[in-house]
Write a protein that binds this ligand. Sequence first.
Ligand SMILES: Cc1cc2nc3c(=O)[nH]c(=O)nc-3n(C[C@H](O)[C@H](O)[C@H](O)COP(=O)(O)O)c2cc1C
Length: 198
Amino acid sequence: MVSNILSDASLDQMFRNARTHTAWLDQGVSDVLLEAVYDLAKMGPTSANCSPMRVVYVRSPEAKARLKPALAEGNVAKTMAAPATAIIAHDLEFFERLPKLFPHTDARAWFVGKPLEHIRDTAFRNGSLQGAYFIMAARALGLDCGPMSGFDNEAVDREFFPDGRIKSNFLCNLGHGDHDELRPRAPRLDFDEACQVV
Ligand SMILES: Cc1cc2nc3c(=O)[nH]c(=O)nc-3n(C[C@H](O)[C@H](O)[C@H](O)COP(=O)(O)O)c2cc1C
């Protein structure tokens, strides 16, 4: 039988052994790797291929210093120590790129002049999905992640997206995690607790 299931080693790397990291080995993250993470993540599906996620990789000490005041206290040390921190954000004018992204029809017209709530929901839903693809892409490429929502979104937006069009969603520290610093894994809900087959 032909099977397309990934190897156990790959599943371990992406899911079973992948952890949320807070301590980092002294090993940088190259431009090539940061680009490769995006180039994999961008292939995940979004509605009408709208692809609203925008990413700012905060890597230089100067950029880290701009991010620092917005962080919740408990997230400061780990973020300052991380080789890079991705700001996962979404573009509220994502629909302007639909002529390129969904050329078969005038999908831009589904959003232009439509209620802001519809635009925001679409950007947040699909940007969040892309953020999850981003984490899995980073793991697939051998990186460790530390996602965080403990920060002041408005402060990050003022500092990094001053024109108001792009909104931050969550942050994701990136690097090679120090596995010796991990606490034991917390349990997940079992299939019967979270799923129904009807
Ligand atoms: C969207 C999101 C926001 C999170 N925010 C924080 C945070 O602000 N600070 C923090 O220390 N951990 C944060 N976490 C980490 C979670 O607590 C962690 O991923 C979860 O407990 C699972 O841990 P594990 O991957 O090691 O099993 C966040 C995770 C996600 C996905």
